[in-house]
Design a protein around this ligand. Sequence first.
Ligand code: T4K
Length: 390
Amino acid sequence: MLSPFKDPIYVTRPLLPDAQKVNQKINEIWKSKWVTNNGQQHKELEIQLQEYLNVDHISLFNNGTLALLLGLKALNLKGEVITTPFTFPATVQALDWNGLTPVFCDIDSNTLNIDANKIEALITENTSAILGVHVFGNPCDVYKINEIAEKYNLKVIYDGAHVFGTTVDGKPIGSFGDMTMFSFHATKLFNTVEGGALTVNDKNLHQKLNLLKNFGLASPEDVVLSGLNAKMNEVQAGIGLEVLKLVDEERLKRDKIKQTYERKLAGIPGIRVLTTLQNECSSYQYFVIEIDREKYGRSRDWVHEELNKYNVFTRKYFYPLCSDFEWYKHLESAQPKNLPKAQKSVNQVLSIPFYGELELESAEKICAILKEIHVGFLEETEYQLGGDIL
Ligand code: T4K
């Protein structure tokens, strides 16, 4: 039996610059005595991110959830919004805080994203928008969603918390739909400790977002919108500028780990890797597998617990489904019979450790453990040994 790791291996670790670089930044900020409210670091980060993400306009926020919440508010939505049940709670909580009702649409088992082919049947006279989530870095079917939105005159918002730097057919992911939210939480490929952004193509919408995140203040004595305080401060932005310098190298490191996982997991019965899709440039945000209980011989939950014994801490993102939250359970669209694919996948997915600092030997060992603990491994080994001897 393989031995447990000496130190815990987590699902992810933040990409952090040298503490010295951060100290230099903080000194710079301290000297300026401008620590928040659209300071120099904030301005510089917006310019650099606009370029990196290749988008028309970007507005920074103090986290992704508030970005999404105010993005929805900026679009003046009413009634129902069609979305996925398979996401982090923040997606639907942003709807809730806007008084909007989610209409849950089943997912595509391949990408785990909202199934664009099932959206149209859910549209009613109360539908005002589609809120897609690019789950684990796999883009939604942005073309089909756009087609539906145009046909029914709906707004389209993407929760792109996981797709920093992703492209679809070479086009930046942040350019699709009316707006895209990015999360810069510590656990994200690019982070500002806590932080987020909205990218938009429309200049007026961009101006509105900038007002909304700053109490709706057009000038010190002119409150034009009912906003909030959702500004990114100078320390967050300054750290972001340092982290951004590291992102491309981090991507390369993660690519090596991804390849190692893909190679070593291939052939283990009942494990499916949710990898890069065609025409997509991966965000390298998470590495996710699906465990088929029948074929693997153990359930996802069992594997999750068992790996803990080896000091490996995986996550069951996104269990439970948002449609199973107490306050949504009564909705017709939340009924399990209407979401068969989401109900199945949510019990199979497992995010396994994935971050640049993870050593390739550790990734290999995690695969070896996954091989060792599946039912049938012993019999297969005995069979192979028997074969060798014979
Ligand atoms: N939409 C989607 C689809 C999202 O996934 C998220 C957030 C949002 C919207 C909202 O965006 P933000 O408002 O957060 O910007 C984490 C993150 O807090 C959350 O940002 C993220 N998605 C979600 C998928 O993961 P937890 O509760 O799983 O985090 P936690 O603290 O358990 O961290 C996970 C692992 O990361 C730890 O086991 C160890 C490691 N870690 C974590 C932190 C915070 C570190 O090594 N260092 C750290 O400082 O939610």
